[in-house]
Design a protein around this ligand. Structure first.
Ligand SMILES: NC(=O)c1ccc[n+]([C@@H]2O[C@H](COP(=O)([O-])OP(=O)(O)OC[C@H]3O[C@@H](n4cnc5c(N)ncnc54)[C@H](OP(=O)(O)O)[C@@H]3O)[C@@H](O)[C@H]2O)c1
Length: 333
């Protein structure tokens, strides 16, 4: 089969190409999925750049891609919850990347029937951003009426998170640039701050939760607008110590992270606030909850661009620019 392979760390165009590889073999607990669509996430280009080396070092050539929607074409002897021809979607478990390929073997526990009304392209756009957001708002214990700031409402994560937070009854602030303000409002955000024209810190205060999708200074600034006892949950900042341990990050790097996080930990203490980094994980049953939400709460997929598999490099470069409006998906058919 054809599969996109990472051949080294560095520039995308020089370090990935589509190659002929052997078909995947399934074990007793896996399903074999014929990939119809696979969405791109920033983690994909970050892995190519080498930014994830501390967490998982690759041996090359390495497969790439975490999100998938497609059809079950084979299954292991112990798989009873799927049948051949089932239309499914999944975020494959960390360490089992490889959805930018014609087929992928995935543990059945990470797989779920795809939302019925969605196309494969739409369904492939959901798993990673959907699971991340559900896990972030679980960690934040978001309740109806909470005031939440979701940074980058026009991104892959933000465009799902706005809809999800609204479905839970939150009051949603979000940031984006001028060209995106109107359509982000249409997703349900209560207040959209145009970061090209306005400083969000002047418009927002006393929020219960900041969903930090940007990292850097945004993580520190979150504490300026957070109410006492609030929560800053980051997916783009520095891991807190507990999460760093869970991720298997070694003691020396954890110590360096602690030094780097000094200001954040101090700000969190001053506000009696929670600072937590979430590294999302795969899960078929949580994807099933998301499927229900999509079908009953009108959460929709937000697709910026579709690329054919042959243009995977351009698709990755497009996402790397950091200005996608929703999700970018490889259409494999
Ligand atoms: N820890 C985890 O498990 C986890 C899971 C998922 C994602 N992530 C990380 O979370 C981050 C966001 O992911 P994503 O998929 O949403 O990325 P993305 O789709 O590439 O985000 C692009 C969006 O960010 C917006 N943006 C850029 N700079 C901004 C700023 N200063 N203020 C407001 N909006 C800004 C852009 O809007 P404009 O074009 O208007 O600038 C664009 O719409 C990435 O770093 C990703 O790696 C982590």
């Amino acid at each position: 089969m054809k599969a996109l392979q990472i051949t080294g760390y560095g520039e995308i165009a020089k370090n990935v190409d589509i190659r002929e590889v052997g078909n995947p073999e399934i074990n007793d607990n896996q399903v074999l999925i014929e990939v119809h669509a696979a969405s791109i996430n920033p983690i994909d280009y970050k892995i190519i750049e080498g930014a994830m080396k501390n967490i998982q070092k690759l041996s090359f050539p390495a497969p790439i891609g975490f999100d998938v929607a497609g059809k079950v074409i084979d299954k292991g002897d112990k798989v009873n919850d799927f049948n051949l021809e089932d239309e499914v979607y999944a975020r494959v478990p960390t360490g089992a990347a490889g959805t930018f390929a014609e087929m992928i073997a995935v543990d059945h526990k990470a797989v779920c029937q795809k939302p019925t009304a969605m196309t494969f392209v739409e369904a492939a756009s959901i798993p990673l951003v959907g699971l991340t957001t559900v896990q972030v708002f679980q960690k934040a214990d978001l309740k109806s009426g909470d005031k939440v700031l979701i940074h980058a409402g026009s991104g892959g994560v933000g465009s799902f998170a706005i809809q999800y937070a609204k479905s839970l009854g939150a009051y949603v602030y979000t940031t984006t640039s001028t060209k995106n303000v109107d359509w982000v409002k249409d997703l349900g955000a209560d207040q959209v701050i145009d970061y090209k024209k306005e400083n969000y810190l002047s418009f927002i205060n006393e929020v219960d939760i900041v969903y930090d999708t940007l990292g850097g200074e945004y993580t520190k600034d979150a504490f300026r607008i957070l109410k006492k006892g609030g929560k800053v949950i980051s997916i783009a900042g520095d891991p807190d110590n507990e999460t760093a341990k869970d991720l298997g990050i070694n003691g020396l790097i954890r110590f360096l992270l602690k030094l780097k996080r000094f200001k954040i930990d101090q700000l969190a203490n001053e506000k009696k606030a929670l600072y937590k980094f979430v590294m999302m994980h795969a899960g078929g049953s949580q994807l099933n909850d998301i499927k229900d939400l999509i079908e009953n709460k009108n959460i929709r997929a937000v697709i910026d661009k579709e690329f054919p598999f042959s243009e995977a490099v351009s698709a990755l470069e497009y996402v790397q620019k950091g200005h996608a409006k929703g999700k970018v998906v490889l259409n494999m058919k």
